[in-house]
Design a protein around this ligand. Structure first.
Ligand code: ASP
Length: 422
């Protein structure tokens, strides 16, 4: 059985077992031995532990992988490096796709109006952090201590350090060549580690989903069904419509084949709710299945996992429209434009980890003068939306990676077409 099929089966089994535990829990068993066994030993014991170990085992590879892979990529660019052009294209595509994502979300939010007629009593206090200024974002990109940057997993700083090192290696003649060979070998070893951990994914995915659904009540989803479905509709349209169209127009590859290759990445993102934890799988898939050369993928994928969050932006767009409607506040066109800008800026420099979208949403709401406690209205369904939007986030990173690779002549069509074939 292929890994994709095994992960799919694990997801379905996790979902089923989780819902079953939830039903048993809610059937008036409180205090019984069965409930103690289910909740304390199974859900909060075994399932929780295995799920956490799985996510940690992915995260442990992120910093070494980004560092080594990006040093290989940038040191391979050569003297007349096109790094500047490639970085420019990547950034522009990330920004444009995010802006399209929020606009689509705001449009659907305005058309469907999920927030009309909502009661506001449920609100509780939720405080916002201030949105970082552009200056702060730029200054914080340069690390004063690369070891600290790695220890903290500060991806943008790790990227800057790795790029600098890679460029220096490429300009160091023979000495540089020796160091580069060492990094290239190390890169294969780390990629192998990713492969080994991916084999364990079905167990991890099963535990993550079973625990989540055992705890997740369906009540919130029914109450917020209009908001929930608006976000999901926008996510699907953006993922399959906008990305599919962009792929077709910009790269001429078959979008269906692209989405097929990307299935494991999307499933990892869905189960872990973290683009950052999914990064090793995204990078490996980009190189080994999509056929993108390491010199492009090693730069665009880590950058995307950090700054490109189209799915998150979509949730923020719909949520802003929803909260404005629920509180009957009209934020006007300038307000909506501010949402587009703030959400794009806020997503830069925030790592792709579970739930971070809600924190940046608080900044967005504050910026346009909407009550931040409105977040309490949507928090009930956010965990589930987080999973779906994270899958969109990583798909966006891969789509942009394909596009940049094609334009930089760093795409191997044969790998793309042959991967997945027996
Ligand atoms: N979980 C998302 C990610 O890692 C971020 C978010 O929307 O909260 O990409």
């Amino acid at each position: 059985m292929s890994l994709t099929t095994r992960i799919l089966i694990a997801m379905a089994a996790g979902l089923g077992v989780g819902i079953l535990i939830n039903l048993i829990d809610n059937s008036g068993l409180s205090g019984s031995t069965l409930q103690h066994w289910l909740d304390d030993i199974l859900v909060n014991g075994v399932l929780d532990a295995v799920g956490k170990m799985f996510v940690a085992s992915l995260k442990l590879l992120v910093v070494p992988l980004v560092f080594v892979s990006l040093v290989c990529g940038s040191s391979g660019l050569g003297e007349n490096s096109r790094m500047g052009a490639m970085a420019g294209k990547t950034l522009a595509l990330y920004l444009v796709t995010t802006a399209v994502a929020i606009s689509l979300a705001l449009l659907l939010g305005a058309l469907i109006r999920p927030g009309d007629g909502i009661g506001l009593e449920a609100a509780t206090a939720f405080s916002a952090q201030n949105a970082p200024s552009l200056k702060d974002v730029l200054v914080s990109i340069v690390p004063s201590n690369p070891v600290k940057a790695m220890a903290e997993g500060n991806m943008l700083q790790v990227i800057v350090f790795s790029l600098l090192m890679g460029i220096a290696i490429s300009r160091c003649g023979e000495a540089g060549q020796t160091v580069r060979e060492w990094f290239v070998n190390l890169d294969s070893v780390i990629m192998k580690m990713v492969g080994i951990l991916m084999e364990l994914a079905p167990y991890g995915v099963f535990c993550l989903l079973a625990k989540l659904f055992a705890e997740l009540g369906a009540g919130a989803i029914i109450e917020l069904s209009l908001y929930f479905s608006t976000v999901v509709l926008a996510l699907l349209l953006h993922c399959f419509g906008v990305y599919g169209l962009m792929l077709k127009l910009l790269t001429r590859v078959n979008p269906i084949a692209f989405f097929k290759h990307l299935r494991p990445v999307m499933m990892f993102a869905f189960s872990t709710s973290s683009s950052s934890a999914t990064l090793p799988v995204t990078l490996r898939t980009a190189e080994e299945k999509l056929g993108v050369d390491n010199r492009v993928a090693s730069f665009t994928i880590p950058l995307g996992a950090t700054i490109n969050m189209d799915g998150t932006a979509i949730m923020q767009g719909v949520a802003t429209a929803f909260i404005a409607q629920a509180y009957q506040i009209d934020i006007g066109l300038t307000g909506y434009l501010t949402v587009v800008l703030t959400a794009t800026l806020a997503s830069i420099g925030t790592a792709g980890v579970p739930g971070v979208g809600l924190i940046t949403l608080a900044m967005v709401l504050q910026q346009v003068g909407l009550p931040v406690e409105g977040i309490a209205l949507i928090i009930g369904v956010d965990r589930l939306l987080d999973m779906i939007r994270t899958a969109v986030n990583v798909t966006g990173d891969s789509m942009v990676t394909m596009t940049v690779a094609k334009s930089e002549d760093a795409w191997n069509q044969q790998v793309f077409e042959n991967s997945g074939k027996p």
